[in-house]
Design a protein around this ligand. Structure first.
Ligand code: PLP
Length: 358
């Protein structure tokens, strides 16, 4: 079945590079015990945790376009960036390997969380070529070096930015905006939706804002930054909306121009705590409530912070008249059972510390 976004812009769909990786649409499910406990009439959960096999989560939507582009350009490898426990880097490696592409990843340090060790073990199993770096400038230097040394030449290595949030990758979430607009319409919900999700490299939030606008939906996106404000802002989200729109218009002049969409985004910076991947008390409470009341697993870096914002809004009465939606962006498909057998001696020495306490 064609997706709602492709039906709306068939010429664009025919011209965009794309590879099917995801099982879409993901379900939009009620969580009745959770909403009752919060004292609100309803709560819907967008199950992107099951967006693909073997690994779900939000990143696969962007990778359909990015890896499609890598293949269309005849590349034989991809190169991307992220923190040691990055879900984006893991998803990129899993699906690049599935499509026969090598994966290089330039890795930065982060605070330890309970999920980093298995992410690195999974990379060992996949054969991701991990290159640790000390900071942003060094990450770019290492990337340039990898491309310069690539046997087939630098053009054979497709570079994907942090989080897959290039204008092209963002289109994956424009399509997600059409998808949820159709689901909300089919459910016949009363009242505008407020859609909560974590905001890191911003592609998911920006794509969703643009997609909902183009689909004619009155939903508001509530973006919850999980990085400090120098790295994430409402104006940067609006700029990415415009860039993704321009990327679409280049291929299909019938795509309408995008006005400043900042007013369709609510930006809530009070849930970050002390920084990226640092757990917060509200996030930990959200994690336990989600598990107990909806059998939903969230983690402390992204999803728990977005859910904490939704819970705070339910408690303060801010959700009155709205239908809240929590976008579950974290994978819930099981890890490969043999992960613990990964030979950690193959891990770069500076990354072994993440496995030490495990
Ligand atoms: C689980 C999860 N949720 C949300 C996000 C944020 O998405 P984006 O980087 O598109 O803002 C990420 C990004 O890494 C993620 O891994």
């Amino acid at each position: 079945m064609t997706r709602p976004f492709d039906r709306r812009f068939p010429q664009l769909a025919a011209r965009l590079p794309w590879r099917a990786l995801a099982d879409l649409p993901t379900a939009l499910e009620p969580a009745p015990r959770f909403s009752a406990a919060l004292g609100i009439p309803s709560l819907l959960i967008k199950r992107d945790d099951l967006s693909a096999r073997p690994y779900g989560g939000n990143k696969v939507r962007k990778l359909e376009y990015l890896l499609g582009d890598a293949l269309a350009r005849g590349c034989d490898a991809v190169l991307t960036f992220g923190a040691a426990g990055s879900n984006h880097v893991l998803a990129t490696s899993i699906y690049a390997r599935q499509l026969g592409l090598d994966c290089h990843a330039v890795i930065s340090d982060q605070v330890q969380t309970p999920w980093v060790a298995d992410t690195l073990r999974w990379h060992l199993q996949l054969g991701t070529q991990l290159m640790p770096a000390a900071g942003y400038a060094q990450m770019l230097e290492i990337a340039a070096d990898i491309r310069a040394r690539h046997p087939g030449g630098a053009d054979q290595v497709y570079q994907i930015p942090w989080g897959g949030s290039s204008p092209l990758g963002t289109i994956g979430f424009v399509a997600a905006g059409f998808e949820i607009a159709a689901e909300l319409a089919a459910l016949g919900i009363r009242g505008p939706a407020r859609i909560y999700l974590a905001c890191g490299t911003m592609g998911s939030v920006a794509g969703l804002v643009l997609g909902l606008y183009l689909a004619g939906s009155d939903a508001t996106v509530v973006g919850v930054p999980i990085l400090p404000q120098e790295r994430v802002s409402a104006s940067a989200v609006a700029a990415l909306c415009k860039a993704a729109c321009a990327e679409m218009q280049q291929r299909d002049a019938s795509v309408p121009s995008c006005p400043d969409l900042q007013s369709r985004l609510e930006f809530r910076s009070g849930f970050l705590g002390t920084g990226y991947a640092q757990a917060t008390p509200e996030g930990l409470e959200a994690m336990h409530l989600a598990d107990d009341l909806a059998d939903l697993k969230v983690e402390t870096t992204y999803t728990a912070k977005a859910l904490a914002c939704l819970i705070a809004d339910a408690r303060s009465g801010r959700l009155a008249g709205y239908v809240p939606v929590f976008w579950q962006t974290w994978n819930s498909r099981p890890k490969p059972p043999e992960l613990k057998q990964a030979d950690v001696r193959h891990l770069p020495a500076s990354l072994r510390k993440y496995l030490a306490a495990d």
